[in-house]
Design a protein around this ligand. Structure first.
Ligand SMILES: [Zn+2]
Length: 369
């Protein structure tokens, strides 16, 4: 606050309130979470909405974060393992092992698909420096091993998985303990594969974009409607607290930080807030809390616009005849061609409207502030 650059922090808060960006990386926490093989903490940006590279040191001993890439993601639907186990923990870990092997093989397919790729396949990427400066006719193979590139095991629905097994929420002590145990187990797998193949497998909180709906529909088909588990058209992203859970912003970030540090390949936490343009002090207090507690987080504010009547505020979702629709609360306009709605879809901000599953999730988000 006494820094001569504090006005930049204030401007960032103002911008977040209007446009949901910038997001916030805590250098303090990141230096603790991202330690390279020389024992140094590193701070760097994410790729897209949440992918984080794992620390890497080049031949000269320097940390390297630009020019690196990811070989792909395979996501495990944790809810399916939870329900398949029918509340039997031994069975759960047995199915868990089987699914991990399935994910592993799927990831190896992605890797094999890339093996032998010539730099000529995408010259801007591989020859002219966007990622590397290889010669014509050279393969990218060397960069698939040794940690230059990452390869991601994604996961989704930790909340519902835990609830299906023990009937507890991640916000309850027993739920939190089991949730953390599952996260640690996932990391043990990526570490094991990494050691065996010299490839940088890491655990990734999958954004899940429209897949949230696909997974939910598949779960309903296999298991029917299970209260608190499959009774919605979406499943919860990564380790997140369920969007309908009443929890304040600070408790949410504090809890999710424990899970985020176990999601090294990528993760983001957010808090849902109302229009904050007249309460920048509250935005600043969340920013300060992020700095002290969690590596990467953001605030979801609301700033929609109706072209029919000029309404500037929050356009709402209503359910009619089993279908969710966007409606201007001022004039009743339902034509999405004539309104701008921006919502955090998973990490990035969407403005093109969403499938019914994601729309339901957006509708049900409770405020944390
Ligand atoms: Zn309107």
């Amino acid at each position: 606050m006494n820094s001569k650059y504090y006005y930049l922090t204030e401007l960032a808060a103002k911008c977040t309130a209007k446009r949901m960006v910038p997001d916030y990386i805590s250098e303090k926490i990141m230096l603790q979470n991202k330690v390279d093989k020389n024992g140094n903490g590193n701070c760097y940006t994410c790729m897209g909405c949440r992918s984080f590279l794992t620390p890497f040191v080049d031949e000269e001993g320097k940390p390297k974060y630009y020019g690196r890439f990811n070989q792909g993601v395979v996501t495990v639907n944790l809810v399916d393992i939870g329900l398949s186990a029918e509340k039997d923990m031994n069975k759960f870990w047995q199915i868990f092992d089987e699914r991990m092997e399935l994910c592993h093989r799927a990831l190896q397919c992605r890797h094999e698909r890339l093996t032998g790729t010539l730099s000529d396949a995408a010259p801007i990427l591989w020859q002219y420096g966007a990622l590397l400066r290889l010669k014509k006719g050279e393969t990218i193979d060397k960069y698939l091993h040794g940690g230059y590139s990452t390869i991601s095991l994604g996961y989704a629905g930790l909340w519902e998985c835990v609830y299906s097994l023990i009937g507890k929420k991640l916000t309850e002590p027993e739920g939190e303990a089991l949730g953390l145990e599952i996260m640690k187990k996932l990391n043990e797998y990526t570490a094991k594969w990494k050691a065996a193949e010299n490839m940088d497998y890491s655990l990734y909180g999958t954004p899940l974009e429209s897949t949230t709906y696909k997974f939910a529909k598949c779960l309903q088909k296999r298991f029917g409607i299970v209260e608190g588990v499959t009774d919605r058209n979406y499943i919860t992203n990564s380790y997140h607290v369920h969007v309908t859970e009443e929890i304040d912003a600070f408790d949410k970030l504090k809890l999710e930080a424990k899970f985020q540090s176990l999601s090294p390949g990528g993760a983001i936490s957010y808090v849902e807030v109302p229009d904050m343009q007249d309460n920048l002090e509250a935005v600043l207090s969340v920013m300060r809390f992020i700095y002290d507690n969690i590596m990467y987080a953001e605030l979801n504010t609301k700033s929609d616009f109706c072209h029919e009547c000029g309404f500037d505020g929050q356009i709402e979702v209503v359910e009619e005849n089993g279908k969710l629709e966007w409606v201007c609360p001022n004039c009743g306009n339902r034509n999405t061609e004539k309104m701008n709605v921006a919502r955090r879809t998973c990490g990035y901000i969407g403005t093109q409207f969403w499938n019914q599953g994601r729309t339901q999730e957006i509708k049900e988000r409770v405020l944390h502030l």
